[in-house]
Design a protein around this ligand. Structure first.
Ligand code: PGA
Length: 249
């Protein structure tokens, strides 16, 4: 079933102690609240086990995992290691990983498969850069990213994914896609999925919006029929800014 989700992405921010402090605060803020969405926090590998042990009312995500199962890959962290911490999700294909660490669709396919094989849910990020949007190629770009990385999956596996549409020009820039722009491309993404896997899987797919999503614009974005929540960077670093986004549903 399609879920509403608000997921934080801390990126390379917060020490373990700061992460635990946030967790305590968010636990207290969520206690006894009836929420209309699932809440996730994406954190660095070093924090996963501790946060997963402490979090109440929200799940923990890794921000990446290796494209290999195990072995001589110094410095890498496998999907099975992530699963062993108690984390439930893995953010994959974030534009920063694509741009700074050379992640290609082929590498991402491996990561998605290993994530699923270990019982974790991938939050798979797609999105165009500014030049592509200005050239009117954004629909094409996201279609290519989804089809190249994900359309080798069985329908059963695809149905387990969460998709996050994040226009790269909106990430950390303070520029947000308008809710019309978000709705238009989310509906397109859903139709691309429907063409491949059928209407039911497309209808049930959770598609998040990311890119300068904050308390002031979350309600408007989430009110759109094909926007099922948000992937939140900067505004997930403090409970004060993150909680109103969760409560926007
Ligand atoms: P931002 O980041 O909310 O700071 O724009 C979103 C993301 O990169 O997931």
């Amino acid at each position: 079933m399609r879920k509403n989700i608000v997921a934080g992405n801390w990126k390379m921010n917060k020490t373990l102690q700061e992460g635990l402090e946030f967790t305590k605060e968010l636990n207290a803020a969520l206690a006894g609240k009836e929420l209309n969405c699932d809440v996730i926090i994406g954190a660095p590998f070093t924090h996963l086990a501790s946060l997963a042990g402490e979090a109440k009312g929200f799940a923990i995500a890794a921000e990446n995992c290796a494209d290999k199962e195990s072995g001589a890959y110094t410095g890498e962290v496998s999907a099975s290691m992530v699963a062993s911490t108690g984390a439930k999700y893995v953010i994959l294909g974030h534009s920063e990983r694509r741009a700074y660490y050379g992640e290609t669709e082929a590498i991402l396919t491996e990561k998605v498969k290993l994530t699923l094989a270990n019982g974790l849910t991938p939050i798979f990020c797609i999105g165009e850069v500014k030049e592509e949007r200005e050239a009117g190629k954004h629909m094409e770009v996201v279609e290519k990213q989804i089809s190249e990385a994900l359309f080798g999956l069985s329908a059963e596996d695809f149905a387990k994914l969460v998709i996050a549409y994040e226009p790269v020009w909106a990430i950390g820039t303070g520029l947000t896609a308008t809710s019309e722009q978000a709705q238009e491309i989310h509906a397109h993404i859903r139709s691309v999925i429907a063409n491949k896997y059928g209407a039911e899987i497309a209808e049930n797919c959770t598609i998040l919006y990311g890119g300068s999503c904050k308390a002031s614009n979350a309600k408007e974005l989430f009110s759109r029929p094909d926007v099922d929540g948000g992937l939140i960077g900067g505004a997930s670093l403090s409970v004060d800014q993150f909680l109103p986004i969760v409560e926007a549903f």
